[in-house]
Every structure is written in C-alpha cells, then in structure tokens.
Design a protein around this ligand. Structure first.
Ligand SMILES: [Zn+2]
Length: 325
C-alpha cells in the first residue's frame, strides 16, 4: 500500500551535513522510504529558533539564515539522489514520480518564524517548492501563538499578519497547517481559509488530553472544510499514561486514534503524519522501513478502500484541492 506521510523532521539531519541516501539510526532514509512503500514524504523545515534564547551553538544569527540553509540542504539532496528521489510540488507530480519509480519528497515548513512579518517571502517559499506550512511551533511568532495548557493562552487568535499569511497561502497554493497552533488561532484559520487546511501531525484530545491534540470540534471543522489530519505516532500524544521518554508506540495506539477521528471528522479527513525523526518514542514497527505493518493493520478497523484513503488517497486529494493541480 502506498504511504503519503504529512510530516517528518529529517531535514535537521540534512542541514547538519548528513545525506538521505546514507542516514542511519533514525526513522527515515531513502532506503527506508522505499522499503516502506512511500509514495510521498513531506519534509518539514523546522526552524529550531528560541525567541527567548539562548540559541543552540550551531544556530546561525537569524531564523531566516537557518531556513535558507535548510532549503539549500534539501535542494542538494534532490540533486544528489535524483535517480530515486524527486520533488513533489503538485498532486500530479506525486503520481508522475511514482510512475517513474521515484520516492516523492514534498517540502513543507514547521513554524513560519522565518517570515518575520514579510508577506512577500511566501512567494519565495512557494518558488522553493514549499506546499504546506505550520503557522507556529511552540513559541509565539509574527503570525500568532502556539498551543498551551493555559486556557487563556490557548484561546489567543491569529495576529493580523497571521491572517494576511493565511490569505496569501490560499492564493499561492500553500496548505495551511494548524498543528502546534493555539486553539484561538485554529478557529481563525477555520473561519478565514478559503481552501481546505490540515493538521499535519496531531492526534485526538478526547483520547489523550494534551493541548497539542485536537478536540472533537476541531477535528469536525477540519473534516467539514475538506481538510486532513495526519495522525502523529508520538506515544505521549497517543496514550495519556505514556509520559516518560522512550515509550513504545503500538499499532493499536494509532488505530484507536484513527477510529475516533473517523467517527468525528469522517474517514475522508484521515491521513498519516508520523513525526518521524521528531520524537523520542520507539515505534513497534521500527521506522519508515517497517510502516507497511501499520498500513496493513488498518484493515483490522477499516475496509480496504478506507485504508487506501487513509494511507495516501486523502492526502493526495487534499493537495490537489489546495494546489489546484
Ligand atoms: Zn511538530
């Protein structure tokens, strides 16, 4: 079964000088994606910028400089592995890559901190191949505020620049990603976005009550808008009792959330958003190379046609709707 995965953090390793064709020890490498049946993997540029400082020793002086470096690293990988990896910039291109026997890689962003109030930068991002962007990570930026355990903080909506960015992303064909965003910001996106929007890597709050997860009302709103939710494989978002580091995520944990999300948002809204290389959980299926075990297990809960929707068809439809091609 094909897999279209909405989020991984592997670009951080590429920025550090490693290469996709020789990565070891993490969840993702070119070989693992191939063995795991990956049709398309979203690769997020996550900008590890701490506005409260201090920055990590290897961090450039500005988030913009890191962003540029990470995009350059991604471009280098596309050239280096051109025989087996290809950019996915439209839904049609995802299928063309597959027909050519190549794994598709879609460039995405986690935290729009590098926009820093400059709307025209979105045009440059689009030019670089960015097709989805999470408005915030876990810090305030020029667009808005992140999720928070404090209800007042969680209720804060988008800033005026965040609203402007949503409108421009709609125009350009960059999907708005609400994972990590405050709930107030979420409802602003739901109200303002003229295109379907995504939560690239989030789970159901009804089953695991952490502010990074989505309430039933939020899940329903994503489904109503024609959007998708990529279920996150992080044990702490799946099981309330999984509070320690190195907990193992079982296939049943993921199935439980998918079943709930299907009941609330509709099966058309479900997708996979692993968070590979972005978490300290161990996965029962190992890494991307073993993900067919998870894909096949979906048929324990869903029909074969629904399992295909969840593994790749919904994500493909979503990007076709957002990008228009
Ligand atoms: Zn994340």
């Amino acid at each position: 079964m094909h897999v279209f995965d909405l989020h991984c953090d592997t670009i951080a390793r590429l920025y550090a000088g490693e290469h996709l064709d020789s990565l070891s020890g993490g969840h993702v490498s070119l070989d693992k994606l191939r063995r795991g049946g990956t049709l398309c993997q979203c690769f997020a540029v996550f900008v590890p910028w701490n506005p409260q400082g201090p920055q990590r020793p290897w961090m450039p002086d500005t988030p913009e400089a890191y962003f540029e470096g990470a995009c350059a690293a991604w471009q280098r990988e596309l050239e280096r592995s051109a025989a087996s990896l290809a950019p996915a910039r439209t839904a049609a291109e995802v299928l063309e890559n597959q027909a050519a026997g190549k794994v598709g890689g879609m460039l995405t962003v986690e935290d729009c901190v590098a926009l820093n109030g400059h709307i025209a930068r979105l045009d440059d991002w689009h030019q670089k191949g960015v097709r989805m962007a999470a408005l915030t990570w876990n810090y305030e930026n020029s667009l808005g505020w992140p999720n928070s355990p404090d209800p007042a903080a969680h209720g804060r909506g988008l800033k005026p620049f965040g609203m402007e960015a949503v409108a421009r992303m709609n125009e350009l064909g960059i999907a708005v990603d609400v994972s990590h965003l405050s709930e107030g910001g979420f409802w602003d996106v739901a109200r303002l976005s003229r295109k379907p929007f995504a939560a690239s890597h989030s789970c159901a709050r009804a089953l695991c009550d952490v502010p990074r997860n989505l309430t039933d009302a939020q899940l329903r709103a994503i489904g109503d808008a024609g959007g998708v939710v990529g279920v996150n494989y992080y044990a702490r978002f799946l099981r309330p009792e999984a509070v320690g580091k190195g907990e193992t995520t079982e296939i049943d944990d993921v199935l439980r959330h998918l079943r709930h999300m299907a009941n609330v948002a509709g099966v058309e809204a479900l997708a996979l958003g692993s968070d590979y290389d972005g978490m300290d959980s161990r996965l029962a299926w190992g890494d991307a190379g073993g993900q067919q075990a998870l894909a096949e297990s979906l048929e324990r809960v869903f029909t074969p046609a629904q399992a295909e929707q969840i593994c790749w068809k919904n994500a493909l439809r979503f990007f076709r709707d957002v990008i228009g091609a």
